[in-house]
Design a binder for this molecule. Structure first.
Ligand code: GLV
Length: 320
């Protein structure tokens, strides 16, 4: 029997590749820039399994190029880059990497909250600009987190991990989620479920931690922004298109909200030019899961999904 062919379409940490090699013949793209379509399609033609990264689009054209494909293992918790119904219609299993990036992403969200409320980006820019400065009683005052309300949109693992961190900083927590989390978790986090309108209207900090889908496309639009407090901070570590970026620029320029801190962008990797010149926005390049440990764990989990599929025990974290 010939070994299954496993194609890895983006550069991933070696331990993932090593694990894949235990069950098949691995072809891996090893450069940081995106794989050209002709090279990718050439490899997909004989692929039984494919490991993708979040910048790959797995659509009908991708699937057409891979007639033998049985599994797409995405190295990301989000899988909006994959047409899951199209995969399932062709009998292709889809998997993602939940859990292993929860802490790293919640850490980053907390970091962004601190950057925004304590004006750390502005401070960094001031010093790097070479402009003269000296300590001043009223210089660059921000606001503290103690006693402030964090509103979490999307109370999955990352939302809960963020709530835990925010509680340690003395914040109160409300959340909006399709389903309530268990009473035990609500109790442990002192978190109260409320509707989105209330969350937006009352929170000092609004953090987006929900998946991106048709339902959450532009969830934060001009209207939603207009209902937020004018001293509120918006934090997005989920997916860019959950926010209407043009409307956000308007709100930041016109004082509709105080500040935004963004790890993800509507047209990533492009950033709305209106955001670039604003001091009341923190911009980082999709770093949510970007630690050595987390990216290694993500690659390894994706590989375990492929191994489970090939060996017959089934993938560990299938997308249903
Ligand atoms: C990162 O954005 C992920 O979805 O894993």
């Amino acid at each position: 029997m010939t070994a299954p062919k496993i194609v890895v379409t983006g550069r991933i940490p070696e331990p993932g590749i090593d694990l894949l090699k235990t069950v098949g013949e691995v072809w891996a793209w090893t450069q940081d820039e995106p794989i050209p379509h002709d090279i990718r399609n050439g490899q997909l033609a004989s692929a039984d399994a494919v490991v993708t990264i979040l910048t790959d689009t797995v659509d009908e054209a991708f699937l057409d190029a891979a007639p033998n494909l049985k599994i797409v293992a995405n190295v990301a918790v989000g899988y909006n880059n994959i047409n899951v119904p199209a995969c399932h219609a062709r009998g292709v299993t889809v998997t993602n990497t939940p859990g292993v990036l929860t802490d790293a992403t919640a850490d980053l969200a907390m970091g962004l909250i601190l950057m925004a409320t304590r004006r750390l980006g502005e401070g960094e820019r001031l010093i790097r600009s070479g402009a003269p400065w000296k300590w001043g009683m009223f210089m660059m005052l921000g606001s503290g987190l103690q006693g402030r309300q964090l509103g979490i949109v999307g109370m999955g693992g990352i939302g809960q991990a963020l709530a835990h961190r925010a509680r340690a900083f003395g914040m109160s927590v409300v959340y909006h989620n399709r389903n309530a989390v268990s009473a035990d978790i609500e109790h442990a986090l002192s978190a109260r479920r409320c509707d989105l309108d209330e969350l937006l209207a009352t929170s000092d900090v609004v953090s987006l931690n929900c998946p991106y889908s048709e339902e959450t496309h532009h969830l934060i639009n001009a209207w939603a922004l207009s209902t937020m407090r004018d001293d509120a901070v918006l934090v997005n570590t989920a997916r860019g298109p959950i926010v209407d970026e043009s409307a956000l620029v308007e709100a930041l320029v016109n004082g509709g909200i105080a500040c935004a801190a963004l790890d993800v962008f509507e047209h990533e990797p492009e950033v709305h030019p209106g955001l670039l010149g604003l001091d009341n926005v923190v911009l980082v390049p999709h770093l949510g899961s970007a630690t050595v440990e987390t990216r290694t764990a993500m690659a390894t989990l994706a590989a375990r999904n492929v191994v489970g599929h090939i060996e017959g025990s089934g993938p560990v974290t299938p997308v249903t």
